[in-house]
Write a protein that binds this ligand. Structure first.
Ligand code: BEZ
Length: 211
């Protein structure tokens, strides 16, 4: 069955471009992004891996480790990484899983047979320090994902987990956030010294608390 938000992310061991990895050990007590792509030496995937490598510092700032997966073998991954580095002007700095036996793809339901019977689609999972799934997205092979959007969601998730705030539609870093309904206005006023703007009893804003 497909994994859903709040489910425990299954652990696995896998061969990667950085040697054998135990997923949970790799994540440690930080956040993780596990994302699949259909195949090596393909144009959209090349730009995606390049973009994630470029965003390395942004992911590191948020204590997020990336791990890519496709069913291609290790020697193809290694050759392709050289191409990515050359064409995208980056240094790919996270492991790529060689999932030839489809173990990870099956655990995470990354093969959608009505789209492609063998290749993984563009699945992406954000996993929290409690090893639970916080975000899932699925894109078709022909559409590259927006990794700045993934970062934006990670920042929102971390604000919720650390400060009991939510983020409104189209929120971006630095903008006001929403006090979650579980926090009373009285408690919010104590918790958020920068102030609470009450638009309606259920719609309350406060400046982003960690800035
Ligand atoms: C790509 O990564 O460019 C790609 C892969 C499979 C189908 C279409 C595009």
């Amino acid at each position: 069955m497909a994994l859903r938000l709040g489910d425990v992310a299954p652990n696995f061991k896998a061969q990667t471009t950085a040697g054998e990895i135990d997923f949970y050990e790799y994540l440690g007590d930080g956040w993780g992004i596990l994302f699949s792509h259909p195949a090596d030496y393909t144009p959209v995937c090349t730009t995606e891996l390049g973009k994630t490598a470029l965003l390395k510092d942004e992911f590191a700032k948020r204590n997020v480790k990336g791990l890519a997966v496709s069913v291609d073998p290790l020697d193809r991954h290694e050759g392709w990484v050289k191409d990515i580095n050359e064409t995208q002007n980056v240094e790919v700095n996270f492991p790529l899983i060689a999932d030839g036996d489809r173990n990870v793809a099956t655990l995470y339901d990354m093969i959608h047979p009505n789209a492609d019977t063998t290749a993984t689609v563009r699945s992406l999972f954000v996993i929290g320090p409690d090893k639970k799934i916080k975000l899932t997205i699925t894109y078709p092979a022909s559409t590259g994902r927006n990794f700045n959007e993934v970062l934006r969601v990670v920042e929102s998730l971390q604000l919720t987990s650390n400060y009991s705030v939510a983020t409104p539609a189209d929120w971006n870093h630095g903008e006001d956030v929403i006090v979650v309904p579980a926090v009373s206005t009285e408690d919010a006023q104590k918790k958020f010294p920068k102030g609470v703007k009450v638009v309606k009893p259920y719609l309350r804003y406060t400046p982003q608390p960690n800035l």
